[in-house]
Each structure stands twice: as structure tokens, then as C-alpha cells.
Design a protein around this ligand. Sequence first.
Ligand code: UD1
Ligand code: MG
Length: 451
Amino acid sequence: MNQSRFAAIILAAGSGTRMKSAMPKVMHPIAGQPMIAHLLDALQPLTPAATVVVVGPQMDDVARVVAPAQTIVQDPPLGTGDAARAALRAVRDRLAPQGDIDEVLVLYGDTPLLRSATLARLLAEQEQGPAAILLAGMRPADSGPYGRLVSAPGGGILRIVEAADATPEEYAIGLCWGGLMLIRARHIFKLVEALDRNNAKGEFYLTAIVGLATNKGLRCRAVELPATELIGINTRAELAEAEALMQSRLRRAAMDAGVTLVAPETVFLSADTRLSRDVVVEPNVTFGCGVAVGEGARIRSFSHLEGAAVGAGAIVGPFARLRPGAVLEEEVHVGNFVEVKAARLGAGVKANHLSYIGDSEVGSRTNIGAGTITCNYDGFNKFRTIIGEDAFIGSNTALVAPVSVGAGAIVAAGSVITHDVPAGALSIARGRQVDKPGRAAEVRARKRGKV
Ligand code: UD1
Ligand code: MG
């Protein structure tokens, strides 16, 4: 286990031009969570002495997401070396009263698939045989725009060459730098201050510190880590690749925890989705953020859940939509084309067909007939519908909120309920049926113009 004290700096100020987006690159979500939040989650168990995130101007939303980590603004963004320099000044100010750190861990905010265990491996590796700079190396299928790690003749790494600056021989190097390095604190400040803009892009490249270090006789080396954790996101296509990798990781974790995914590749999870043991998820289900599903529940095909809690043994779908604030207690059945929003359905409630239940409470065992709608909105305000236990709401009922239906009451099919129904009552609120014997033939004849 790593004992050394380290500070973490995360570079996230780049404009992300290649994303062609109004949103900062590191805010683009993967599994429902901004990419930078994934990185902070991975870092947190390693308890850095300080974490400083470099952001660009007008990136207040990034600052909110990374809080309580400290953010500093790099303006204008002059390259990764310039960002690191800004971060290091903040680290120095922050940690001066607490004494020295041993290492600085540099992370790139667009590398969201890193896991804690891999970061721990990098730190542990440094304990084994300290280097001035320990680089995370990887061999991606396509080395594309990554910096290439140029090996030193006697072992170790001589320098990083950026793809744009590489000779054809250097460009052909398969070992790339994965946006993660650990630098001895006693060297980093001087190295970073010595960077210049003498390269193809005219930026301060952080990667140039490796060449500077070896020129000074300092040892740099690389540890090869899985490319599946180190891919950097610069384009929408890479974002989609990272999403796919994250989804397969989340699906695998769910299955390992005792969840059946009938067709795993068709189920989309969020980073915070919680599925209990023996949950069964049928094909083509999407979990947005904030969903928890209790033991043995079944989520049937083509359902969409977000901000919802599903109790043990419940059945949801097919084609159900649970929106934020939907709470289904044990054994609730919510069937096809039923939408539930900000509503608590007590144990054993059944709403099996074509309903909207919003801003409501429904008591245990109540049956909601097909086509029942809670009319919760009058165009200006939202109102609540309260339904007691063991009630029966007939098909195609409109419950015009604010309204309540007492426990055990029965509402006749097709009713438009505009005032409270007492407990135990039978309420019928619809036009009375009139039958006119034999008149059908007369009507038909008139329509055909014969009379
Ligand atoms: C960078 C590396 C490359 C490496 C790859 C790994 C450099 C010069 N190149 O390339 O060797 O293989 O990452 O993914 O470092 N940023 C700032 N301020 C700036 C510029 C960038 O904070 O002025 C941040 C960005 O927000 C991003 C990170 O630094 O999170 C990396 O920048 P990016 O432009 O993505 O660099 P790459 O071209 O991917
Ligand atoms: Mg990048």
C-alpha cells in the first residue's frame, strides 16, 4: 500500500474544440455522470493530500461538480504545461503550511475510465523503484493523436513526442502516453517552469517535461496499463466508445452482483444504478440516474426509469416509464404504457395499462384501472391526488386534482372525479346511458339519405 503523500492535479481547462460543443468537454456525461466526476470518484479512495482541478473561464458548472476539490482558472488556456504550472502554484500555496508532499499525480480530465485500483497500482509501482517521472503507458488499437513514448537505449523512457511533432519512425511507436503521470514533487516545479512553446502547436506541452528530465539525468519510466482505462476523449466518436466500455463494465458488475440481464448489450445503466440480487432486466431497458431496484423485481422490456425506487418483487413494464420521484413499494405492478412521476404506490398496487399517475399517493393494494389519469396540472399549478388503501379506480377515470379517494372506495369506469370520494363510497361521475330500442335502423336509413 502506498504510504507517500501526494497531491493530485486534474487538467480540465481545454476548450475541447474537437467536441464541437457549447458544453465544456469534461462535462459530457458517461453513464449519466460528467466525465470529470468519474475521475474524482476513482481518485477519492486514494486520499490525496490536496486535489486541484484546472478549469477554463466560465466553467462554473465544472467547479460545482468537482467540489469540494479546489478549482483554479487558467485563462487563457495555453496548453497542458501551462495548466499544470497554474495548478502547481495552487498546490504549493495550499500545502505550504502542512509540509512537503512526495509526489504529484497529474490526471487529464478527459480520461474518465480510470479505476481506483489502477491509480493505486501506479502509486505502488513508484514505491517499488522510484523514478523522477512514472508514466502510464498504453497500447491503444489506434495510436492516433496520442503522445508516443520514446524508449531510452538503456531502458526507461527518453521523452514523449506528440503525434503532430513525430517523425514517421516515432509516429509508428505503439506505446503511447495515457494522460496520467506521477512526478516526484522535488523535481516537478523546476521542470514545469522550464517548459517552452517550441512545438507544432505553439503550446506549452506538459509532455515535454520528460525530455527535460532525462536531459538533467533524471530517470523516467513507464508502466503499461490497460488502454481500456486510459483512452482520452477528444471527439464525440471517442465519447461513444468510452460510453460503450463503461456500459459493459457496469453490466458486468451488475451480473457479478446477482442480477440477470437477459440481453446485457441492450440494457443501459447509469453509474449510480443500484440493482439488488435476483433482479431480472429484460432486453431494451434504460436506467437514467438515481434508480434503485429491490430484490427479485422484474423490469420488463422497453421500460425507461429515472430517479425512481422500485420495491422488492415489483414488476415494471413492458413499456413503462418511471420518472423522478416514482416510488413503487413491494410487489407493485406497473404495466404497459403507464407513466409514474412524483408518486408513491403502496405495496401491491396494480396499474397495469395506459395510465398517468403524477404527484400522487396510492394506498396499498389499490387497483388503478386501464386509462386512469391523474389530472395534476391546470396549466398554472400542480396539484396532488391521494388515493387510500384497497380502493378500486375504474378504467378511464380522470382524477382532477387536488382530489382524494378514500380507502376501500370504488370509482366507476369512465368517471371524471372532481371532488373527494369518501372512504368506502361508490362514486359514479359520468353521463347516464340511454337506450332507444329499434332506433338503430332508423339512424342508418337517415344517414344513407333514404328518408
Ligand atoms: C494529451 C497529451 C498526449 C496524450 C493525451 C492522452 C499533451 C500536449 N498531449 O493530448 O501526449 O497522449 O493527452 O489523452 O499534453 N487542458 C488544459 N489546459 C490547456 C489545454 C488542455 O487544462 O491549456 C486539459 C484539457 O481540458 C484536457 C487535458 O488537458 O482535459 C488534455 O488536453 P487535450 O487537448 O485533450 O490533449 P490531447 O490532444 O488529448
Ligand atoms: Mg485529450
